[in-house]
Design a protein around this ligand. Structure first.
Ligand code: GLV
Length: 323
């Protein structure tokens, strides 16, 4: 029997590649270069399956040019690189990689929030530049994490895992805002209290963004939201670029409207707003929140299992669309 054809659009782990080669006729992007849309269409043309990451956009143009495509397995929990409505209309299954990255991503979110609050990156730059001449009492004094109020916007699996770290590990008061309120049981497990978005912004000491990107979520945090926050507050974004208006954030950081920010995701990444590089009170990381070796391997494995299960059993494991 002919194996189904699969495009693996970015570099993956050798063990996952070997498994996929067993089940599929594989076209592998070993160079790991990010395909332009034109090349992506060319490579995907005639293929039944794709393994993608957030750098490959599967939109109406791609779907129109590749009508034989049946499934795209994203190696990411977020899938805003997919036009899900068009995929569903064309009966193309879309899958993501939930659960396997929850704890690793929550660890990173918490670490980035702490680095931001305690000015770890800013003080390290100072030291590396040879500027440290003497210890002084108020040098790089930041904001406390323990015992403060943690605000979480987007209370899915990762938001809940961050809430537990704050409530149980750091004695924080946890407040959150989400499209829908959690059940009593989940709220109790997270020791979290549901509040309006406005109350969240006005009350929290540390705001962490963990909501999925959608056009409706574009610039959820912009000038007016930043103005509502305390001047001592920090903002951490591990969600998606575009949820924060980065230009407004630069202005707010410069004006002291908030104390500091930690960003793992950016508008137009990897080309971030150059102004961000000139602001001292911001910690910047290159979209690595889920990047432990174990978790990234588990994500690639889950994406592979989605593809294998889809062709063997007619059903993917973690589809995000249904019809
Ligand atoms: C990473 O950003 C992911 O969505 O998994």
């Amino acid at each position: 029997m002919n194996k189904p054809s699969l495009l693996i659009a970015r570099q993956i782990y050798p063990e996952v590649l070997a498994k996929l080669e067993h089940h599929f006729q594989v076209d592998y992007n070993e160079s790991d270069e990010v395909y332009s849309k034109e090349i992506l269409i060319q490579k995907l043309s005639g293929k039944q399956a794709a393994m993608t990451t957030g750098t490959e956009r599967i939109d109406e143009d791609v779907l129109l040019a590749c009508p034989q495509l049946k499934i795209c397995a994203n190696i990411a929990v977020g899938y805003n690189n997919f036009d899900v409505a068009s995929m569903t209309a064309r009966k193309v299954t879309a899958t993501n990689t939930p659960d396997v990255l929850t704890e690793t991503t929550a660890d990173f979110g918490f670490a980035l929030m702490m680095a931001t609050a305690r000015r770890i990156a800013e003080s390290e730059h100072f030291l590396r530049q040879g500027l440290w001449k003497k210890w002084s009492l108020d040098m790089f004094s930041g904001t406390d994490v323990s015992g403060s109020t943690l605000g979480i916007l987007g209370m899915g699996r990762i938001g809940q895992a961050i809430a537990k770290r704050g409530a149980h590990g750091f004695n924080m008061r946890v407040i959150y805002h989400n499209r829908s309120q959690l059940s009593d049981t989940l709220e109790q497990a997270c020791k979290a209290q549901y509040v309006s978005k406005e109350e969240l912004l006005k009350t929290c000491d540390h705001l962490v963004l963990v909501l999925p990107y959608s056009p409706q979520a574009h610039h959820t945090i912009g000038e007016s939201e930043l103005k509502m926050m305390k001047p001592s507050a920090t903002l951490t974004n591990i969600a998606r670029g575009g949820i924060v208006d980065d230009a407004a954030l630069v202005r707010a950081l410069r004006a002291g409207q908030i104390a500091a920010a930690g960003l793992d995701v950016f508008e137009n990444e990897p080309q971030l707003n150059p102004e961000l590089l000139t602001v001292p009170n911001v910690v910047l990381t290159p979209h690595i929140a889920s990047a432990s070796r174990k978790t990234r391997l588990a994500m690639a494995e889950l994406a592979a299992e989605n593809l294998i299960s889809f062709f063997a059993k007619g059903q993917a494991l973690t589809p995000v669309n249904h019809w």
